[in-house]
Ligand binder design. Sequence first.
Ligand SMILES: [Cu+2]
Length: 68
Amino acid sequence: MAEAVLQVEGMSCNHCKMSVEKALKGLAGVTAAAVDLAAKTARVTYDPGKVTLEEMKRAITGAGYEVK
Ligand SMILES: [Cu+2]
């Protein structure tokens, strides 16, 4: 398992936090996703053999947020 911290822009409330976490957890290979609203980060635990950072970024962008 690997861990990554993504910088996510555009999250303003708890709903945003849940949307981003849900988008990440919907990816095969992501085992955990935790958003810190104040820090604007998403900490992701994932299997690098199953999912890439690019795919995570695309999932977040697809949910309507921006990854820095
Ligand atoms: Cu929101």
